[in-house]
Design a protein around this ligand. Structure first.
Ligand code: MV4
Length: 523
């Protein structure tokens, strides 16, 4: 494989560029008008404009992306996550264009994308889902009968949904008819598929997911599980590997379930099988047919480059590892989003006026931004992922408090104060996580906002709290940190990342030189 076009932006585009470069592969970025000066645009060996800011015109513009793939002579396409990553039609069109698709076979994407079909696939592979009905619902009577047999609450889910989108929880029999009605209507509007199905709703469960990798030679490997119970409105905040408190037997059991499903589905590439874990049992929820945001914690604990494995497998090579290695230590990922936790995590797009990442032992940051970058309302508001690794969960927690306190971001509110609150939550600290903890067990309304303070702040490095200093404090000492003005953005654009126009065929040797030059500069 000589080159990869990355059909994505932000941190995951940067992550794929890094994996490709580690393998000596040329990279082609695409960017929207808004991302002309983005990190991923500057970092790739070539960058091509694919449209205006709205994703539908750029990062979801299949015709234009395939045109750029052809013009740039790309050999393969990596979709990252989100956007086109789980679009089976796109995967098929990539293959039909004679390109290598760095992802699972379109049939596997399609099969797992239909949640009723994926439940049937799982059960025929011996993997039990949450008790439910594997058929589209046709009447409220069926749901009432199901509730009579299995009890309330129940979940009505869109077959075309997933990730919690199109999920309705019903706690009373009297609410069934309305819930079914609105679930069907929303499913049709959001997913173009009105099919909905019913499951028992497990209230106090944990969300545990298994990472698997398959190649085209029939090899599959389980690379441990992650606990992703710490979510809010189906947005994950914190993910960890391994899942706290799971026994060795439980770990290998969930691995066997995930591998059985993948083999049965003729799966290839990286995939994640999601389970609910309740009273020592694993119940299949869905399979995500992409590299996930939280793949990083698995990489840290299992010492595997999952994106490089995706590339190797797509190239027809065998997996570099075929047996599950022993996990080493512990890793936790914190999603640093431009949101205000004190106001219900309301999105807070804007300019990163000050942006300085923490460092030191056990700290990995996957980001696609620098100081001065814009967090746009057009795209996901994740600024970065902070991945903290250590020998034990306890060491990770102490390091994470330090790293989150060391992080300097101003210009936008971030989830950092929420993470510090999680790191002082007793249930979390004890490893007693559940899908209810963030939403029902925590109050973020009083966390300190992280936007640029009017006065310098002092930090409590033990618990990460910030205290705004009084004017008197400041007059006593002039050494406190002050608000720093925004960087001269114009200047940065002139002297910083040079924008490269879409190269024509004749330009390509220069691009190659640029890449070689960059590689030299790096070595
Ligand atoms: C469930 C569930 C409980 N029972 N289904 C959310 C994401 C998507 N993959 C499926 N999800 C869930 N499905 C049944 N039958 C619990 C979740 C769930 C969840 C629900 C509410 C709040 C946070 C949650 C976090 C993870 C999973």
């Amino acid at each position: 494989m000589e080159s990869i076009l990355i059909a994505n932006r932000g941190e995951i585009a940067v992550r794929v560029i890094r994996a490709a470069r580690d393998l000596g592969i040329r990279t082609v970025a695409i960017y929207s008008e808004l991302d002309r000066d983005a990190v991923h645009t500057a970092m790739a060996d070539e960058a091509w404009n694919v449209g205006t800011a709205p994703a539908a015109d750029s990062y979801l513009n299949i015709d234009r992306i395939l045109e750029v793939a052809s013009e740039s002579n790309a050999a393969a396409i990596h979709p990252g996550y989100g956007f086109l990553a789980e679009n089976a039609d796109f995967a098929q069109r990539v293959i039909d264009a004679g390109l290598i698709w760095i992802g699972p076979p379109p049939a596997a994407i399609r099969g797992m994308g239909d949640k009723i079909e994926s439940r049937i696939a799982a059960e025929s592979a011996g993997v039990n889902g949450v008790p439910g009905i594997n058929e589209p619902l046709t009447s409220a009577d069926e749901v009432v009968a199901f509730a009579d047999e299995h009890g309330l609450p129940i979940a009505i889910k869109a077959s075309g949904g997933g990730g919690g989108r199109g999920l309705k929880v019903v706690h009373e029999a009297s609410a069934i008819a309305d819930a079914l009605e609105s679930a069907g209507r929303e499913a049709e509007a959001w997913f173009g598929n009105s099919a909905v199905y019913v499951e028992r709703y497990l209230e106090n469960a944990r969300h545990i997911e298994a990472q698997v990798l398959f190649d085209s030679h029939g090899n599959g490997v389980f690379l441990g599980e992650r606990d992703c119970s710490m979510q809010r409105r189906h947005q994950k905040l914190v993910e960890e590997c391994p899942a706290p408190g799971l026994t060795e037997d439980e770990r290998s059991h969930v691995g066997e379930l995930a591998l059985a499903l993948g083999h049965a589905a003729n799966y290839e590439s990286a995939g994640t099988v999601e389970f609910l874990y309740s009273d020592g049992e694993f119940y299949f929820l869905e399979m995500n047919t992409r590299i996930q945001v939280e793949h990083t914690v698995t990489e840290e604990v299992f010492g595997v480059d999952l994106v490089a494995e995706q590339i190797r497998v797509a190239n027809g090579e065998a997996l570099s590892i075929t047996t599950t290695p022993a996990p080493v230590g512990h890793a936790i990922e914190f999603r640093i989003n431009a949101e205000d936790p004190s106001q219900g995590f309301i999105p807070n797009p804007g300019t990163l006026v000050k942006y300085k990442e923490p460092g030191g032992p056990g700290i990995r940051i996957d980001s696609g931004v620098v100081q001065g970058s814009e967090i746009s309302q057009y795209y996901d508001n994740m600024i970065a992922k902070l991945i903290v690794t250590g020998q034990s969960r306890d060491e990770v927690i102490h390091r994470a408090r330090r790293a989150l306190t060391e992080y300097e971001i101003s210009g936008v509110d971030t989830t950092i104060p929420a993470h510090l609150a999680i790191l002082s939550n007793e249930e979390f600290l004890a490893g007693r996580v559940s899908t209810r903890l963030v939403e029902d067990g925590m109050d973020f309304s009083k966390v300190e906002r992280s936007t640029a303070p009017a006065l310098p702040r002092t930090r409590n490095w033990r618990n990460g709290t910030l205290r705004s200093r009084s004017a008197a404090d400041v007059s006593r000492s002039n050494t406190g940190r002050r608000y720093s003005p925004p960087p001269d953005r114009e200047n940065e654009l002139r002297h910083g990342a040079k924008h490269r126009n879409s190269p024509s065929r004749q330009d390509r040797p220069q691009v190659k030189e640029l890449y070689q030059h960059r590689c030299k500069a790096r070595s």
